[in-house]
Design a protein around this ligand. Sequence first.
Ligand code: PHE
Ligand code: NA
Length: 471
Amino acid sequence: MTEKRSSIHGQWSSRFIFILAAVGSAVGLGNIWKFPYITGENGGGAFVLVYLVCIALIGAPIMIAEILLGRRGRQSPINTMRALVQDEQAHPAWSLLGWGGVITGFLILSYYSVIAGWALAYVFRAAAGAFNGATAEMVGAQFDGLLSSPESVLAWHTIFMVMTMVVVARGVRGGLEKAVTFLMPALFVLLLVLVGYAMSLGAFSQGLDFLFSPNFEKVFYSCEATAAGVEQCHFTGEPMLVALGHAFFTLSLGMGAIMVYGSYMPAKASIARATFAIVLADTGVALLAGMAIFPIVFSNGLEPAAGPGLIFQTLPIAFGAMPAGQLFGTLFFVLLVFAAWSSAISLIEPAVAWLVENHGMKRVPAAAFVGMLAWFLGIGTVLSFNLLSGEEFQLFGKTIFDLLDYLTANILLPLGGLFIALFTGWVMSRSASLDELRMRDGIGYKTWSLLVRYVSPLLVAIVFFNAIGII
Ligand code: PHE
Ligand code: NA
C-alpha cells in the first residue's frame, strides 16, 4: 500500500461541492448547443438511443474510473498518471494519457470559447428586445449577421476567454463554485419553462417523436440513387461515432477534467454516488433542451439539420412569442453563459495545475499563458463561419472548426477514455481500486469492473475502428 497523498492545490470543502463542480463542468454547451444540433443532423431517435446507451455502458463506468485515478493521484493528470505508473510499476508510456488530456482540453477550449461568445452576444440581444415578435426569418438573419462579422465574434470570444482566465487564476475553489449552486437549478427551471412553451405548440408531439422514436434504418443506412435510378443503401457507422464521442464530451470525460476535479475530492466521499448524480443531471439537461427545441423547429418549418446555429435560430422565436419573453430570454442566455463558463474552467485546469506543479508557476501567469494560447487558436474557429468558410479553405470538406470538433470529440476523447478504462481495469490492482472506491468486493464493484475491463473498451474500439473504416 502506498501512503495517502494530498493535493497541493487544496480540496473541495465537501462532497456536495465536488458534485456541484463536476456538474458545472459537465453541464454546458454540450447539452444545450451541441446535443440538439447533432441529434438534428443525425436523424433523431435512433441516434438519441445510441447516445443514451453510450452514457450508461461507457460514460458512467469511465467517469468512476477517471475520478478514481484523480483522487488516488491527487495531482494534475500528467503527474497523477506518473505517480500511479510508479505505484503499479506499469510501463511509463501510460503517462502519455496525462499529456494527451492537456492538449485535448486546450484544443476544445479554443472553439468552446467562440461558441460561448455567441451566447454572450445573445444575452445583450435578448435584453435589448431584439427577438420581440421575431419570425423564423428574422431570427435566422440576426444569427447570420453575427457570424458574418469576424470582428464582433472575435470580441465576444476574447471577453469569454478573459472571464475564464480570471476564474482559473483565482483557483477552482473561488466564487464560481458557489454561484453554480443556484445557477444550475435556475437553468433547469428555465428549460422547464421552455418545454412548457413548446407544449403549447401544435408540433410538440412531432418534436418528441423525432427525439424519442428510433428509426434505425433512417439513421444508420445512407442511400444514394445510382445512375440507373436504383436506390443503393449501405450501413454507416458515423452516427455511432458521433454519439459515442458526444457521450465523452458531454460528461467531460477522456481528457483529465474530471480527473483533476477528482484529485480535489474529499477522501471519504463515495465516487459511485457522485457519478450517478452527475450523469443524471447532465442527461436530464440535454433531454430537456431537445424537448424545448425540436417542437419549435417543426412548428416553424425549420430544418432539424441546421447545424451549429440550431439553438440560436430556434429559441429566440420562442422568446419573441411567449409572455415575458424578453426577461426569460435574457435570463436563459445569461445562464447558458454561466454553464459554459463553469465548463471552460475545467478545460484548462489540468494544464494550469501541471504548470503550477512542475514549473513552480503561480496560478495567475499559468492561467494567462494557457488561455492566451487557446484564444489564439480560437481565431481559426471565429473565421470558420465567415472568411474561411469557403471550400477552398476546407480539408476533407471540413472547416477549421469542424476539424477541431471532429478530432477532439470523436477521436481524442474516446481514445483518452479507452486508455483510462484499460489502465483502471487492467493495470491498477484490484486492492487499489477497491480501496479508492470505498467499496466491498460485491455486486456493485463486480459490475463496474466488468464494464470497465471488457464492455466499455470493446464498444469504444468497435465503434472507433468501424468509423475509420478498419472493421
Ligand atoms: N462537458 C462540457 C459540455 O457538455 C464540455 C467539456 C468537455 C468540459 C470536456 C470539460 C471537458 O459542455
Ligand atoms: Na455536458
